[in-house]
Structure formats: C-alpha cells, structure tokens
Ligand binder design. Structure first.
Ligand code: NAD
Ligand code: ZN
Ligand code: ZN
Length: 338
C-alpha cells in the first residue's frame, strides 16, 4: 500500500510503499477513505512533546482522524461486515480494566494505545484496528466531513459539555480545526460565543458559524478587552500558542474556567494571586470516549454542526503539514485516499 511515513522527527514524511497490514484476531482491516490532518500531527512529527517522545513508534504512519470501509475481518469479529463504514479515533485501544476505564473515562486509560503515535495511523491506504474500538459512521455523513470529528470534534465536544451551561459567555481562542467546531458546539449548548484568533479570515468564519463577536489576538489586549466587558465564564484555548493561554486567563470573569485543550510545547504559568483573587478554575480535557464520539457524530448527523474541509491527496501530506504550520488553513485539511 501507499503511505506517508515518519522516519525521524523534523524530517519530511516519506511517501512510499509499505506492506499491507493484516488484521489479527479481533481486528478489522480498514481501507481508508479520508484522514484529517490535525495540529497534533505536527507536534508528533516535530518531536515537540518530550513526554511523548518515548511512545512514538518509528517508523510511524501518522494520522488519527480516520474514516474508511472495512476491507476484511480478522477471526472472532462479529457485528461488522465487509464494506461497513467506520472511523478510528486518536484512542486506538483501551484496556477496559484500569481505574479510569472502569469509571467511564477510557480517554484516560493508563494502558491506552494511540493511533498515529504508538501504532500506525491513517496517512495510508489501509490500517488495522481493534473491532471493539472502531466506531460506525452514520450514512448521512460524507467521509471527509466525518473524519475530523474523530479527533477535533470529539475533543471540543467533551471539553465543552463538561463545563458550559446555557446562557454563559464562552471565548474560543484558536479558530482552527478544533476551534471552528468548538464555536458551533458551544452555540448548540446555548452559549454566547466570542471567537479569538490572529486571522481576520478565521474570525469571519467563526462569525458565520454563530460567534456573536470576534477579537483579533494580534492587538495583544484581547484578554483585557473581554475582561472589561465583564469577562467570560469559560475561556477555551484551542490553539498551540502560549500567548493564547495568557490572554484566555486574563479574559475570565470571577469563578470562570480556563479550559485547556491546545497543547503548546512550552509550559504555561499563572500568578497564584490572580488565580485566587478570581477563584479561577482550570480544567483540561483529553480527546473523548467512544460515547462522546457517538454523541458528536449524532450531532453532525442531525445537521447541528458541520466540518469545513478542504481536500488534499496523500502525496501532498508534507504540503498539508506545512500549510497547517503556517496558520493558513481554514477549518480542516483532509487527505483523500482510495
Ligand atoms: P489549528 O492549527 O487548526 O488551529 C490553531 C488555531 O490557533 C489557528 O486558527 C491559529 O490561527 C490560531 N492561533 C494562533 N495563535 C493564536 C493566538 N495567539 N491566539 C488565538 N489563536 C491563535 O490546530 P488544531 O488542529 O485545531 O489543534 C489545536 C491544538 O489542539 C494543538 O495544540 C493540538 O495538538 C491540540 N489538540 C489537543 C487535543 C486534546 O485532547 N487536548 C486534541 C486534539 C488537538
Ligand atoms: Zn488530533
Ligand atoms: Zn484502561
């Protein structure tokens, strides 16, 4: 099969032929139709996150927003047939037995395997995956528009539904792949959404998706400006920029929640005095469970949210990563396969 392969951090992916994977017991072989390009792919390819370096498989096929059709079944798989359309998220496999798994938070499984990090992902024509963890894609959804829901969508859905109540003011900082979906989901949860980004074009997109206001962070005072207007109940950061965290922290109203989702490589730090003075809450969120995924897919199936996607070919995987690095991507880039 054809695949885009990471051999070394910070090196371009090699577009080359690899051996077709074969499904083991309990696995399905998926013929990939679409795979989203997430900013986490850049962090992984660049070796940005030191805490992750030791679990990155090499050589590695990146990609964890995958939708395709089942090409064959390993032994012992029931409930699926060849041709069924399924998706594979960031969380490739969880143990089902550890404490977080038993508590219903499989996204925090201590033994999880991660797609496109510790096992091969979807920048390829095929991949194999445990039948227990692939998720059916509603027929109504186009594969390319469904793929980004498997990371971007499920991540912001879980994060927002844990903290946002109807009528609250929510700032979404970073209107990229995650953020453009966060604006729509926060709107659907009944929040008044303010979009923050460094690109006017992305801010216009956010307004067309339901944000009631937009602030360009390049002015450097977005946080203070929001604070002067009373502050926000929730400041969600969906950007890999440390500056976005600083502004989000400033924008909070008393007892507001900083919702940490974007993952800059640098540490972030806040004044304990300013945290105490406003009784700031800090909440982080990590992708989502199969349940979260089913719920966000249902929301998309009902037409309440929609991914804005642009298409690229597998051969353009390096260009797609460059485009995303440069900040010029509106919505999500999706690689088309097969
Ligand atoms: P993206 O590149 O599509 O979007 C990032 C956006 O941030 C861009 O629109 C960019 O213009 C904007 N931005 C840059 N500087 C900014 C600033 N100072 N203020 C406001 N906005 C700014 O990236 P993405 O794929 O949406 O991913 C975003 C981040 O989320 C990445 O760090 C990624 O690793 C992380 N992520 C986290 C999880 C999780 O489970 N917590 C899951 C997926 C992705
Ligand atoms: Zn991702
Ligand atoms: Zn577990």
């Amino acid at each position: 099969m054809k695949a885009a392969i990471l051999h070394e951090f910070k090196q371009p992916l090699a577009i080359e032929r690899a051996r077709d994977p074969e499904p083991a017991d309990g696995e399905v072989l998926v013929r990939v139709e679409a795979c989203g390009v997430c900013h986490s792919d850049i962090h992984i390819a660049d070796g940005d996150w030191p805490q992750f370096a030791s679990i990155v498989k090499k050589p590695l096929i990146l990609g964890h927003e995958i939708v395709g059709r089942i090409a064959s079944l390993g032994t012992g798989v029931s409930g699926f047939r060849e041709g069924d359309r399924v998706g594979i998220p960031w969380i490739y496999w969880t143990c089902g037995e550890c404490e977080p798994c038993r508590e219903g938070n499989e996204n925090l499984c201590t033994r999880q395997k991660i797609t496109g990090v510790s096992v091969d992902g979807g920048f390829a024509e095929f991949l194999r995956a445990p039948a227990s963890h692939v998720v059916r894609v509603p027929e109504k959804l186009d594969s390319a528009e469904a793929a980004p829901l498997f990371c971007a969508g499920v991540t912001v859905f879980r994060a927002l539904r844990q903290v946002v109540s109807r009528g609250q003011r929510v700032a979404v900082s970073g209107i990229g792949g995650l953020g453009h979906l966060a604006v729509q989901i926060a709107r659907e949860l009944g929040a008044e959404v303010v979009a923050v980004d460094v690109s006017d074009e992305k801010l216009s997109t956010a307004q067309s998706l339901g944000a009631v206001a937009a602030l360009n962070a390049q002015s450097g005072d977005a946080g203070q400006r929001l604070r002067k207007q009373g502050g926000v109940h929730v400041a969600m950061v969906t950007s890999a920029s440390k500056a976005a965290y600083d502004a989000a922290f400033q924008s909070l109203r008393p007892a507001g929640t900083l919702l940490a989702v974007g993952l800059p490589a640098e540490n972030i730090c806040f004044s304990p005095l300013m945290m105490a003075a406003r009784e700031v809450r800090i909440r982080a969120s990590a992708v989502g469970t199969r349940r979260d995924l089913a719920d966000v897919l249902a929301m998309a199936e009902a037409g309440r949210i929609r991914c804005q996607v642009s298409h690229r070919e597998l051969e353009q995987a390096n260009d797609a990563l460059m485009e995303l690095r440069s900040g010029s991507v509106l919505g999500r880039l999706v690689l088309n396969l097969n």
